[in-house]
Ligand binder design. Sequence first.
Ligand code: SF4
Length: 475
Amino acid sequence: MNSMDDDISSSENDEPPGTGFTQPSLPGILLSTAFPSKDPFRRHATKKMRAAPRRSVYTGVISFTVKTDPHKRACRANSNAFVSGERALHFRREHFPGISDREWNDWRWQLANRIRDLAGLERILCLSDEERRAISEHTGSLPVAFTPYYASLLDRTDPLQPLRRTVVKSGGENLVLQEEEADPLNEDGDSPVPGLVHRYPDRVLLLTTGFCSVYCRYCTRSRLVGNHGTETGYNMKHWEDAAAYIEQHREIRDVVLSGGDPLTLPDGRIEWLLERLRRISHVEIIRIGTKIPAVLPQRITPALVRTLRRYHPLWMSLHFTHPEELTPETALACGRLADAGIPLGSQTVLLKGVNDSVETMTRLNQGLLKIRVRPYYLYQCDPVQGSSHFRTTVEKGLEIIAGLRGHTSGYAVPHYVIDAPGGGGKIPLLPNYMENRDGANLVLKNYKGNLYRYPDPVSPAQAKHPSGDARGEAL
Ligand code: SF4
């Protein structure tokens, strides 16, 4: 085993701000270490640049045109360079005119230049009075912060644009209802050691960091993330304690790395974690929960992918919210992960005014399949404090599932679940397709509402109904 210090020494230049391993860095300081001159990714990309034809859209260091399907186009892009979609290009020219392709496509530059104060927000968005007030009054965890890349997807003038609502604080967050909790899933109550949640019999959740590249306004862990105290609260001592706990509990076969966002950690830290877990013989699979491909796709570098693929079986749960997140950049990032043999599932939170329609969810899920991501979970929004403006009814969620099932590919239909308040775990919800029982037949309703009978043998218990007849009443 490498010592912790040995292991991290080669990756110090990858250190993003606020990951719990450095003191918070000023962007300027970070930038000075952001471009190691011997970075193999850059050397290779530069070589490719000489060979590639220059057309209309930059790919980081080469160019190509995005006129056809952006997803196909992204997948054809050079394997080491990165892409920029039209939207990001326009945004960069307007707001970061002096920034090169190389800088823009460097994830450390993106992190160091996050938009995270009122002045920065005012430069790129026309804030409403309500947004301005909510942001300027903000204190504590879950600050407003997002990458320049994600900023390029936001509407400059419309506070109700779905993506903008998910990252720009509004007055709705200040309303806290009685049924809302700071820790609605009682994760703290199921934590045997700091940063480890052990709720289900055979799997655990390891909170690796309190840092995210973008802070979602509906975050279930809003009590933890983006809070200076907790960003520095998770450290390798906590990771080692969590690993020791997993080692002692042989029933744990599945470890989910979450946070915060684990992929904001430098490669060396991620590798340390994966290597440490892989040395525990009863850990069968490792999963990483991340929003990075949607908000900072530049982070999915060839070097990171090479690291990840050494630790199979490795799965990933990606957090997507809306079809407007499905850009050429995201397609390339997901393509790199899928090519490395990492099964990709998406987790989406159902949000009022953001994605609560059959049409939006169909576009999102069909788009995800095109970039090889399987829609996995659709979550009813947790009753976390200040979330009432995002929460919609369960009836709406069921309507969306009914609008997907049968109407599009089964792979595009996620499991709709409520994570039970208080820590009961995920409970699946389905529209009712079973109308009643008619003797030995089940009466079922298909996706068009037509009724069909299925011969379902009655069980012995049903056959011995006191009346002496097989039961035929409606269920
Ligand atoms: S990326 Fe995940 S952990 Fe971070 S703010 Fe969004 S929902 Fe919360």
